[in-house]
Design a protein around this ligand. Structure first.
Ligand code: ARG
Ligand code: ZN
Length: 858
């Protein structure tokens, strides 16, 4: 069935108090839940209560202490007659965590028990109104073997513990903050702990703890430091203080997503907790810091104020992503972080917005909510709130968020509530801006500049493209930061913020004797795509001189995108190609030699646009043609700048390892250099990469070198791949890298490698990280995935069919790669579609995969 936003109705019952008793076992866990329920004056009067259940059955049910058999099932849900105004319901269920391969609800991971309840996992544990607007206060008692589960954790604070019979012990936890069931968590296992503490702004002492498996403790320091920084930052930046005596984090190696913000007990994928320089790259360190912050920030944007229904998901996710982005900008430096965030948005969210799965950041309908934990809800959701901040400025924005937190604390709110708080608190008029919540599709903006006398006139046109859900769209408010550069001085007189609000508008700027150079969408002030009618020489100018880092990066990207789009569309002859490459080389050279640039930014500026983003620029893309042109350009630049690149590599290789930004920048550019040389001079690159690998005292250098070698056919490739696996045998996260490097490699036999890796003893379909390391990397490897014979599509379709019965949520995440077929050249499109049809024919598809496949077929 399809669930619709407009059908929202409050739940007819309130659940002020919930008591849960768990008798824990890996194969059998018995759950006794006691719910006190009262009629909700705001709900329909109903003589029954419907409690959600999924794959569970009730052993006994008592109402007001009396066992009853007067209940019925509706699908997985339990219907109980409730005649009075308030009752106590007691339900006993039994579950088998070891058989839970979906990793939703209560499941076993390496002998430990843990939970994942968002969005609808709690109903796999016990019968409950499993919806985010039913808030209850939980008291939880757990009993289990002392040997097997020495650590017993739950939400809130521990209120009592003791020893029982037959080697058991128990603990009772109480969470004073009313919460919806999706924020429930329980962990029981044999874990070791890194303890820390934090004193909040009002002087409350909070005990911090990070629980991991024995052996992982010395890789938790960065996570702890990140947590403390996050707590401090949220006090300073948003005025948000933590509200329990303890904050616990548990790392789990079998996890569907990144992490989960359960109240007081965050559960994390190990990938976002464990890091040290020998096993984690600089990017992994940033991932840990960002996700720790994200989950911590949810304590206010998500937990204290939660969502009324799942259509409001972006209320907590978009806002929390913005909060974690702003935090990381403050920790890492704004310029590079902004570029990284935009790169993710454009390579993942833009394709989503222009494909069959497009949806507004606040969707109107779904079959399976897990399918809507998307880049649109998260990343575009963050951009939409960022635009509000851009339009009102940081101080007014803070007034708006203060009002929001104050007004809705303890409630299940809506996106509209957030917008209203912003209008009142920040002084914004968001009447037209609300369209960003209801219209999907990336707006396209065309800008042309005319110059007459001393006036520069910008003519700006916007269109919002049709999507499957809506054909005719209205113009949206688009805040554009612009600057007009004087060609001679290379300077501008200050930035302007213009806010578009109509299909076509003009803006005049005086005081320009000569036509200025236009720098637009500075800082990526709006999540749109821009077509600017300017000559290549203006882009070369900006790539060398723009004082807005993002705009400078964008000028370089644009220059390359224009060229590669034209070239791969067959629109260039050899001399036109040569001319375009010369313009790119001019900008490229100025970036390599600019001493004022730090290496981290240099690394960003020389990065070629990714294939997905390039394909996105064409109505119908030929992935092979784009790939060939992109590799051709890379090789041409690599050969042309060989000596400069080698010198940079030598310069930065001399620096000692450090976690400061200069050292990190050095490592980034070091591998970038190898990437260009590998295309321009493979022999030389292979030698340099092998040397970088051998000399590496950190994972960033080692993985970078191995990545380059994996794409080459030289003997060093085999050597180093064997060495890497041997060196890190048993370290799951590093073995994931080993799989991913081979699956994403430029090697012409990548497909055969992937097939062989699927048979490798270290491969398993049961661990989502391992599945993703092999197959997500492969699906994102354009040349292998889009192999002309369709073999890549078949591999992914086979994977979806094999994984769906085991872990539907993870299986469904592979569908979008095939769902792009309408935008791919006809021969490949037919094969992609055929694979989707083959999946659709299976009669036992999960709701997750069924929804994605049907939407993709259209
Ligand atoms: N709320 C979590 C986060 O954003 C993600 C949980 C996703 N769970 C899911 N079943 N899709 O950090
Ligand atoms: Zn989140």
């Amino acid at each position: 069935p399809v669930i619709r936003r407009e059908d929202y109705k409050p739940f007819p019952w309130l659940l002020p108090v919930t008591r849960l008793n768990f008798e824990l076992g890996v194969e059998t866990t018995r759950v006794t839940s006691t719910l006190s329920v009262e009629r909700n004056p705001a709900g329909d009067a109903s003589p029954t209560i419907t409690l959600n259940g999924d794959g569970i059955s009730a052993l006994t049910i008592r109402i007001d202490g009396k066992q009853t058999s007067e209940w019925t099932m509706d699908g997985g849900n339990l219907l109980l007659p409730l005649p009075g105004a308030s009752h106590e319901i007691e339900i006993v269920t039994e579950i088998d965590p070891s058989a839970n391969s979906q990793l939703m609800g209560l499941y076993a991971s390496n002998g430990m028990l843990c939970t994942q309840c968002e969005a609808e996992g709690f109903r796999r544990i016990t019968f409950f109104p499993d919806r985010p607007d039913v808030l209850s206060t939980y008291t939880v008692r757990m009993t289990g073997s002392q040997d097997q589960f020495p650590v017993l954790l739950c939400n809130g604070n521990k209120s009592a513990e003791g020893v029982g019979e037959n080697g058991t012990h128990w603990a009772e936890w109480h969470d004073p903050w009313p919460k919806p069931s999706y924020l429930f968590a329980l962990v029981a296992g044999d874990l070791v702990v890194n303890r820390g503490s934090f004193t909040t702004m009002s002087g409350r002492e909070v005990e911090l703890a990070i629980y991991v498996r024995d052996g992982d403790l010395d890789r938790t320091g960065h996570a702890m430091a990140s947590l403390i920084k996050s707590m401090k930052w949220d006090e300073e930046t948003f005025g948000r203080e933590y509200d329990l005596d303890v904050f616990n984090i548990v790392a789990v190696s079998d996890f569907n997503m990144g992490a989960m913000e359960n109240k007081g007990l965050n559960v994390f994928n190990t990938k976002y907790v464990l890091a040290d320089p020998d096993t984690a790259t600089d990017g992994d360190f940033d991932g840990v810091e960002g996700v720790i912050a994200h989950e911590y920030f949810h304590n206010w944007s998500g937990n204290r104020i939660t969502c009324r229904d799942w259509f409001q998901l972006s209320l907590k996710e978009g806002f929390t992503v913005l909060r974690d982005q702003l935090f990381s900008q403050d920790m890492q430096g704004e310029a590079v972080k902004r570029i990284e965030d935009v790169r993710i948005l454009r390579s993942v969210q833009f394709p989503e917005d222009s494909g069959p799965l497009a949806h507004p950041i606040r969707p109107d309908s779904f079959r399976e909510i897990s399918n809507f934990y998307t880049s649109t809800v998260y990343n575009k959701g963050a951009e939409v709130i960022r635009m509000m901040r851009t339009m009102c400025g940081p101080e007014a924005f803070r007034k708006g968020t203060d009002l929001y937190f104050d007004r809705h604390d303890g409630e299940a709110a809506t996106c509209e509530d957030f917008i209203l708080a912003m209008e009142e608190g920040a002084g914004l008029d968001l009447t037209q801006f609300r369209l960003w919540y209801s219209q999907a599709g990336t707006p396209k903006v065309d800008i042309a500049m005319a110059h007459d006398g001393d006036t520069a006139t910008l003519t700006v046109k916007q269109t919002v493209p049709p999507t499957a859900d809506l054909a005719d769209k209205l113009p949206m408010p688009i805040p554009l930061k612009i600057a007009l550069f004087n060609r001679e001085t290379g300077k501008h007189e200050g930035e302007h913020l213009i806010v578009l609000n109509a299909a076509e508008q003009t803006f005049e700027f005086g005081g320009f004797a000569q036509p200025p150079v236009l720098s637009v969408n500075r800082g990526f002030s709006a999540p749109i795509s821009i077509e600017r009618d300017v000559p290549d020489e203006d882009l070369v100018f900006l790539a060398a001189k723009d004082d807005d880092s993002f705009a400078r990066y964008e000028a370089m990207q644009d220059l390359i995108v224009r060229h590669l789009t034209a070239a791969s569309g067959g629109a260039l002859d050899d001399s036109a190609r040569e001319a375009a490459r010369m313009a790119i080389a001019q900008a490229f050279g100025s970036i390599l030699s600019d001493d004022a640039l730090d290496d981290s930014m240099r690394g960003e500026l020389v990065m070629l646009p990714g294939l997905t983003y390039l394909a996105e620029q064409q109505l119908i893309a030929d992935p092979a043609a784009i790939h060939t042109e992109r590799e051709g350009l890379k090789a041409w630049l690599g050969a042309r700048f060989e000596s400069e690149l080698v010198l940079i590599h030598q310069r930065v290789s001399k620096l000692p390892f450090g976690l400061d930004s200069a050292s990190r920048g050095a490592r980034k550019i070091k591998t970038q250099v190898l990437v260009y040389l590998a295309a321009g001079n493979p022999e030389l690159a292979s030698k340099m990469a092998a040397a970088q690998y051998n000399a590496a005292d950190n994972m960033t250098d080692r993985q970078g070198a191995l990545m380059v070698l994996t794409g080459l056919g030289t003997a060093a490739r085999t050597d180093k791949l064997i060495d890497f696996h041997r060196r890190y045998k048993g370290n799951e996260l590093v073995v994931d890298k080993w799989f991913a490097l081979q699956a994403s490699s430029l090697h012409p036999h990548a497909i055969e490698h992937v097939k062989a890796l699927a048979e490798h003893p270290d491969f398993t379909m049961r661990n989502p990280n391992r599945v993703r390391s092999l197959y997500m990397a492969f699906a994102a490897n354009p040349q292998a995935f889009h192999a002309a014979d369709g073999e890549g599509y078949k591999i992914i379709a086979d994977l979806i069919l094999a994984l769906d019965p085991i872990n539907p949520q993870t299986a469904a995440r592979f569908v979008p790669s095939l769902g792009r077929w309408r935008r791919i050249e006809p021969a490949r499109a037919a094969m992609m579609r055929a694979e989707l049809e083959r999946i659709a024919k299976s009669d036992s598809l999960s709701r997750d995969t069924f929804e994605q496949v049907t939407r993709s077929l259209g």
